[in-house]
Design a protein around this ligand. Structure first.
Ligand code: FES
Length: 193
């Protein structure tokens, strides 16, 4: 088996995650199918494969990640093979095959943010949330807190380089962060949980 087929085989495994309690399990309902059909109808006949990416985003938005079952379902909706879907899932770093925490923290570790303290903040956040920093390496770098409330992922540029270090909690961007601001931010989100 080649390295790439190994990587794709790994996507067909359901990964454990304490974050699952914060997301509904994937259910292929009629409503979901209707939503997928709307995406597919945006493309000419024979080009259903083009709808894979928007449907992946839709599924990840609802269920937190792309599980093996949802990958097969997406392939059916888009009249393509599971290997096509798996190839797209494995290509984009923003697509997850492991359920994140309720609050997913993405910390920029590209050069401008790294030099202004981003790398240090990653270690600090891991320590605060009881996340093993070793989880942040490998094919899908993401650490999840034991209670499933938090996850952290180092990411490339968040397109706000002049105001680093930058991080995002779910879809909200926070700039010019330091340890004190991180403490405040985590306390605010912990209260919302
Ligand atoms: S380098 Fe961090 S936002 Fe661009």
């Amino acid at each position: 088996m080649t390295e790439s087929t190994d990587a794709i085989s790994a996507l067909t495994v359901e990964h454990p995650s304490p974050g699952k309690k914060y997301y509904p399990p994937f259910q292929p309902t009629a409503d979901l199918e209707k939503e997928a059909k709307e995406y597919v109808s945006m493309y000419p006949e024979g080009k259903e494969l083009s709808a894979v990416l928007p449907i992946i985003h839709m599924i990840q938005g609802k269920f937190g990640y792309i599980c093996p079952e949802s990958m097969s379902w997406i392939a059916q909706q888009c009249k393509c093979t599971e290997i096509h879907v798996a190839g797209i899932v494995s290509f984009y770093p923003g697509i997850r095959t492991r359920c994140p925490g309720k609050w997913h923290i993405r910390v920029c570790h590209t050069i401008a943010c790294a030099l202004s303290g981003g790398e240090e903040l990653i270690g600090y956040i891991c320590e605060k949330l009881g996340i093993d920093p070793k989880e942040l390496s490998g094919d899908e770098p993401m650490g999840i807190s034991p209670d499933g409330l938090w996850s952290i992922e180092p990411v490339e540029c968040l397109a706000n380089c002049g105001f680093g270090p930058n991080l995002m909690v779910n879809d909200t961007l926070y700039s010019q962060m330091d340890k004190e601001k991180v403490d405040k931010l985590l306390a605010e989100y912990a209260e919302k949980a």
